[in-house]
Design a protein around this ligand. Sequence first.
Ligand code: ADP
Length: 561
Amino acid sequence: MTEAYYKSIRKNILLSMILVPAIPFIISLGIGYYYFTASLENSTIATMKRIVEDHRHMIESFLTERTDDLEFILQSYTYEQLSRPDTLTRVFENLQARSAAFVDLGIFDQQGRHVAYHGPYALEWKVYRDEIWFREVMKQGYYISDIFLGYRKVPHFVIAVTRQGNDRKWVIRATIDTQIFNALVEAVRIGRTGEAYLLNAEGVLQTRRRSGGDLMEKPADLIEYPRSGEKNRTFIRNDTSGEAYLCITTWLRDKKWLLVVRQEKADAFNALRSAIYGILLIWLIGLGVIVGVAFYVTSRIVSRMKEMDSEKEQLGQQLIRAQRLAELGEMAAGFAHEINNPLQIIKSEQTLISMNFSELRDGGELKPSDTLAELADSMAQIDLQIERCAGITQAILRFGRQSEPKLQDVDLRAFIPQVMDMVAKKASVSGIAVTRKIAEDTPPVHGDPGQLQQVLLNLFNNAMDAIISKNGSSGGRLHISSGRKNDCNVEIQIRDNGCGINPEDLKKVFSPFFTTKPVGKGTGLGLSVCYGIIDKMGGEMAASSEEGQGTVFTIHLPAAV
Ligand code: ADP
């Protein structure tokens, strides 16, 4: 598989692993964000509206109470009584005791003449007939003026109430302390920048504005008035300084004054901003986690795929090799069979020749001579070589038949030395001292001798490979021992002083295809096949090793007797 193939798989897995969780995550967070911010915005506005309503009530109550104070005086005193300065002074003092908001008090006759006055200004006997407030109070019965300068040339507002006596209509008027009224209206605390002020119908300030604007000034900011049927109006607008404000406006009773409560938008929606930052943070972290996990899992999947592909590749190669070996084995068996037949004929012919030769020699037809002796030697040699060839072909044929196990009792005392002889040549060439200790009480085992031979040969060959890799061609030691383990088991041990196996590899030596040998040298199948053979025979196989010191393979097999 090419790198480009893995790259495209990696890209596809990565994309789906990021998009599949990220899309619903983003959508749900987006929906959550929308509803959350909307509800937060609504609750901020609702809170502000509640404050505006409460504030409106408070201001209206203040004005109503002050009007009622004046009504009460009108009920309690006659025109004549109140026209007397000493009575008016007493009444004013009582009034002041109830509310410090009163600055002065005056009594006016029907022509607008100021017949009695108690207060800090010299306003007695001034004529107010043409003043707006006087005309309005005469018309309506009571009147609360806008802020105006009047004769005193100081911004103030008045509350006036009329009384219709038997013979006359007269007016009582009180001036309200602008400072106290201002403080009352201003006393709204919302966040850092919240403020409240009053405008009259023409948009002129009736109280001071904290963010700038004195009494009787007309701020340039555009204000939206509540529409008919609307209790209050909410809007967001930039003021002349460019700052965006969240504003709520509501009419006071009689639509005379407009209460404006406003707060800088950033301040009002502070919680909203924090929530947005919080959601953004969750979004970033969530996305980061999704991307991180996707990268991690994808790289694990792709590297596992690479491993599996290369294992598959190796397996394929090994299968090809195994098939080739099997074919070779079959060919060798066929070949041995073919050779065996003529060999048998040669052997019988040779037996015939030998017989005739012996008869001729014994009958004295052939005179003893050196040539005759040489001829006899040659025929003996031919016999010997024919026997060798027969032995080799028999061995090849036996090898070919190994797949069908032939179970029998195997006497290990004779069997182990035979197998050891097979590797004796290789051992001596590599300078390996092969020793054995086959206990006399080693019981026979029941199994297929061919398979048992395969197991021992594999263990001997592995041991010799390990010895050679560590010691080269001198100093190697291979020791084989056997004996009765307990009543029903036999123990065979193969001990070497080779390179040993590290603890990590030791766990894997019996796994198929595990090999540390270079490609082409080891298949990694030897020990797993051995393990399978011993297991089938009802035995066990184990390895212990010390890296750099050597290895011991131990086999336990059930004893046949
Ligand atoms: P192969 O011989 O084809 O590698 P085996 O299954 O027979 O396959 O052995 C697996 C691995 O076990 C070997 O590659 C080697 O690393 C290790 N091994 C087996 N026997 C020994 C031993 N006696 N000393 C050191 N290592 C051994």
